[in-house]
Design a protein around this ligand. Sequence first.
Ligand SMILES: [Zn+2]
Ligand SMILES: [Zn+2]
Length: 352
Amino acid sequence: MNLWRGMIMKAAFFRLPGEVETRDLPVPVPGAGEVLVRVLACGICGSDVDAFRNQQADWHRRGHEYAGEVVQVGEGVNGFRCGDIVAGIGSLPCGECPACYRGEPYYCHHPRWFGGDAFAEFVCKSAEFFFPIPHLSPDEGALMEPLTVALDLVRDGNVKLGSKVMILGAGPIGLMALKLCCEAGASKIYVSHPSTSTARLQLAREWGADEVLHPDSEDIVKRMKGLEPNGVDCVLVTITPSIGLPQAVQVCSVGGTIAFVGMEWKPQVDIRMNIDEFHFRKLRLVGSNHNPCSRLYPVAAELLYRKVIDAKQLVSHRIPLERIDEAFKLAIEHRDKVRKILIIQGEANCDA
Ligand SMILES: [Zn+2]
Ligand SMILES: [Zn+2]
């Protein structure tokens, strides 16, 4: 029996400049090896906001941080049953490239992408793109994908027991990285974030920032030189790289590591920084990118289960799919109130 065949679902479509609308589409029918999932929560990522305002001209779909309930399994699928709660996996290793062969999927040359169409009532994918989360809520499941970004950033930043760390940007990735740095035993953590973003700053303090700096109202490099004359061991950059990297070079200690996650969305960008300082201080610069992220899902699930990352604290707004336009408006215009916004099915628990 196919309960969903012939049914209609809502899905969000986006295009420049900042337009979003929900349309009716047929509910997909899972083919062999596929699973149909009813999306229960899907997070708005910084990249979604950026694409919606600046990048993709034509109508397209988005949504890659999500969890839901299995409602139908295709032929030949093992390990999933209707009613299972699952998190969507953003990307998988190809299993065939030189890096995969030598057992280093982190450096996979051709990660396989799930696509990104989860701002919708249903998604239908190959079963390997779902991770069962029997002990987590859908809200927690929706944080798994961005949490793997933070996990890799902290790893790439070489954060260790006793490290002094500076985090540029306290968006959801920066905040989760902050909590992970505490877990890793960092001895001192400095966070730089605009003074107007009060909801996120408050959480940064609660989650262990020793000192918060405000790039909109002070010279953060000068202040850091006063606080840490020898610099910090690790700088994690979660803001626009062309802004963050020049600052990072100036606050990083001899032999320190700078890891950055983030895009400029341009084929070329001019970054002005003191390269001699970089050379003489023997700095390391690492581009951090969690793809393929599937390998980190078990760790992310454990951290969410143990409330090391507490979804209730991080998620500030839960807004139904029908009101997704309001959610994006909120993300852009009311950054003071927002920590993380989830698009959900059903009842909202906040005023957008
Ligand atoms: Zn994302
Ligand atoms: Zn590979």
